[in-house]
Design a protein around this ligand. Sequence first.
Ligand SMILES: [Zn+2]
Ligand SMILES: [Zn+2]
Length: 111
Amino acid sequence: MNETIFCPKCGSVMIPKKSDKKTYLVCPSCGYTDKKNKAVLEESKESKKEEISIIDEKETAQAALPKVEIECPRCHNKEAYFWTVQTRASDEAETRFYRCTKCNHTWREYS
Ligand SMILES: [Zn+2]
Ligand SMILES: [Zn+2]
């Protein structure tokens, strides 16, 4: 089981980086550093975190995301934004995320 944590800014996979005896999560794409997530790293050894919760943040620039015709599993709207995130192992298939344009429900799909 991978403990994959996504950057809340750009959606890239965050990588752990050690500094001053502490482990931070750093985004290799935009440089975002999450110092709060140290606790998450330790916790996640036992309880698997809900990865998708990060995506719920309203920060993602929806206007920049492409739209696709797909049915929302929650409200059955026929249009959603989508973006892809490469998982930690680069030979793994990328994960595609969708967010309903109507109710903002977000879900994922492995391509
Ligand atoms: Zn980032
Ligand atoms: Zn919806």
